[in-house]
Design a protein around this ligand. Sequence first.
Ligand SMILES: Nc1ncnc2c1ncn2[C@@H]1O[C@H](COP(=O)(O)OP(=O)(O)OP(=O)(O)O)[C@@H](O)[C@H]1O
Ligand SMILES: [Mg+2]
Ligand SMILES: [Zn+2]
Length: 502
Amino acid sequence: MFSKFFSAHVSGIDAELVEIETDIASMGLPSFNMVGLADASVRESRDRVRSALKNININVFAKPITINLAPADFKKDGTHFDLPVAVGLAHSGGFIKSQSKDTLFAGELSLDGKLRGVNGILPIVICAKKAGFKKIVIPFENADEAAIVSDIDIYPLKSLDEVLHMMDAPSAYSPYKIDVNSLFAKNSSYIEDFTEVKGQKTARRCAEIAAAGMHNLLMIGTPGSGKTMIARRLPGIMPDMSLEEAIETTKIHSVAGFVRSAKDLKCTRPFFAPHHTSSNISLIGGTSKTVPGQVSLATNGVLFLDELLEFNRSVLETLRQPLEDGEVTIARASKTVTYPAKFMLAAAANPCPCGYLGDKTKQCTCSSSQISKYRSRLYGPLMDRIDLHVEVQSVDISDLSSLDDGESSEKIRLRVQKAHNTQMKRCGKFNSRLTEKELKNYCKLDSQCAKIIETAARKYSLSARAYSKILKTSRTIADLEGSAEIMPKHLLESLQYRMMSD
Ligand SMILES: Nc1ncnc2c1ncn2[C@@H]1O[C@H](COP(=O)(O)OP(=O)(O)OP(=O)(O)O)[C@@H](O)[C@H]1O
Ligand SMILES: [Mg+2]
Ligand SMILES: [Zn+2]
């Protein structure tokens, strides 16, 4: 008998509907064929499905079996096709009656028929909802991840046996629900706080501007000056994640296989600090399975490159595309995938090779040629893509104990949130992401401001990219102050955070 069930194929962070057609011929020699561009991971499902079905006494394997995954024009991978294939065979073999046309199925089977959690459930549930399905059956392990999506009934089950039972007795089961709002409230606190950062007026100010407009930030300072400390506290002063942002980031983590329970849902802004020995693949993404890298996992949060100049130049070069486009394309022989990569770049570096140039207590031991060589490396092509450059002076250890606690992250976030609301009302995005056209509309300069920036552009030979970054940062500074216009003081402050490089 011929049967048709539905599943989905994950590509990037989205999924496409796939029809699973199963046919068991009434005559012929036993065979088990899979057609419709199934890759090795899907073809392996034959063995799991066969064993899982046999273990619950469903034996349909004495006849010729054909499975077709449609449409056949793209390659399908993933182990989650096990469940719809097994359900299809159980139906074709006459072991269940329901065709469940309103239900989508996804899940891996173990040999004894248990359902195992899979990667990418969130995009699959979103696809099911968009395609108009009323229900989705998934492994129990993926329950919380799936339940973030509203307006579709989620049935997280533990075994194939249970799935087949539910199909013929649906009223015995009720959909799984979670309270997304309370989950958000529970999951949205940050451990580290800006109260712990003492002094550092300028660096704190730059961190606030960066957080408000999602601007990239470079901190240059001697060892122990607090650069890492400040960077780690950036997510905690950024505007609250919207549900849309949380879903976007969680989708990426889901595809990478990092989401298994409610605590893995990304309600807080992610922070990723790859080590300088990290490979291109771990940063950008890749391997034969095209998994997302840290630039994507940090989407809507912070990617922190500590000791910037220790990174391999080729690794830094690969950051240019995501920094420019907010996404990254990974091409492998098997397929090409695009993932979002919308992070705020925070970077830290020492001012010179020995680290102590300009330090009050320690003498720098570098020669002037070593320093200029170092600086030219520092201000290479990546620098143009960094909006704010700030020198971080170290606070004397003797002063640390006498200094008052810094302002709390919560207080800073209130100002940041206000500036963020203004940006969202204006054009629905962070200032750092304004296009050239939007820049013309929203960052208009009066004649006094125009004169200031023209003089600076001439004096420091600013590139076109640096020019627009200065305008965007000025817009954020004005927003933090609640000013509708960019005024000379906003522009001058923003210029102050660029001059080091030019
Ligand atoms: N402004 C500060 N307020 C409070 N503590 C500070 C401050 N600056 C530094 N410290 C203390 O010094 C430690 C080292 O700071 P941190 O690691 O952030 O420095 P760094 O600039 O990243 O140094 P490196 O260049 O060696 O990586 C912090 O963990 C903290 O205990
Ligand atoms: Mg550090
Ligand atoms: Zn030095």
